[in-house]
Design a protein around this ligand. Sequence first.
Ligand code: S3P
Length: 439
Amino acid sequence: MSVKIDYVVAPGGALRGRARVPGDKSISHRAIMLGSIAEGVTRIRGFLEAEDALATLAAFRRMGVAVEGPDSGRLTIYGVGMHGLKAPSEPLDLGNSGTSMRLLCGLLAGQPFDSVLIGDASLSRRPMRRVTEPLKQMGAKIETTPEGTAPIRIFGGRKLTGIHYQMPVASAQVKSALLLAGLYAEGETCVVEPAPTRDHTERMLLGFGYPVRREGKRVCLQGGGKLQGCDLDVPADISSAAFFLVGASIAPGSEVLLEHVGINPTRTGVLEILRLMGAKIEVLDPRSIGGEPVADLKVSYAPLQGIRIPEALVPLAIDEFPVLFVAAACAEGETVLTGAGELRVKESDRIQVMADGLKALGIDARPTPDGMVIRGGQLKGGRVHSHGDHRIAMAFAIAALRAQGPIEIEDCANVATSFPGFAELAGRLGLALEAVRRG
Ligand code: S3P
């Protein structure tokens, strides 16, 4: 990477105003994938023009899909149908994006051609056997490194057969990869989740006219059908809104209205956890947009208390823990998180990296194998490292609202993977953030 970006955030202040954060990352990935293999045209509004979703878009362009845009979140995809993708001439580089890589494993396992998936240093460390093993059970031929990581080589022309798979981890990426492979498999593919995970794939398949059956913890589909192009409106990403939900909750004098936020119940763990801590969040004008629930969220300052986070909420808030740890650092008393070992295999080891950073800022944060114990206290200023993880960078920027001195955060360029314009938007709402280029 050539240019390095650090954040320097002055302490104190409040967040005030209204904003629409960028489009939902999970939904944006899926819109490209399903639009590409659908018949006819798919028009998308609110698409997330950030590096991760753009990596998915570039991969499908390399496989011969014609796409106009993105232009201010608008995109037109000319679907090639279930069997219209072309062999990519080079490895598909998915950058930092775990969702692109894992979902593509499933989709590409059912194609007649070979493909290779690569990613950046962080993505090349992340576990991929969780998708390649069940795909092999379906008949796919896939190779990873001996460590079970990328590069991933997928051999085409294999006959896939549906399986009934009990997932050992609660993962929407694994579930989605198997459902996408299941589209190309003979018979029925069923996935059973140990706990509910985000269900955007299932909802969007239905939107494209593909039958999906849900019975309790089981999701099933029959292979061999087809998808019909449609119009999609991508809501604002609750995972991006989360930074301002926490920021406004911890900074006295704050009041923020976040517009058109996706409030799919498989994503709203952050609202429930913050409310259990005493946050003041109102859900205004709830509505349904293209099969996904949406609302405006009004959040104002409220003193927070430490809690024991219910384990059932963990998969429903899995991406929000970096900033929830900041909320815990500003709360009265102790917050205990358990059952969240998955955080160790995200873009960084989010348990260790957040504990190290919070300790550097004077907070008693004790990492455990599957969570953290945080005692609320006074944040000092200091220098922390994001380890190239977008959500760690943004979480520590928000922490400055309650710090005694400036917080410097190293290596923030990857904020562009999920939240383009974060520094500007946070600045407009009242965060004194300066992005400094190095190198
Ligand atoms: C995602 C699922 C989650 C989440 C990731 C996006 C998705 O990952 O952390 O940011 O779009 O399906 P896991 O399935 O690994 O929990």
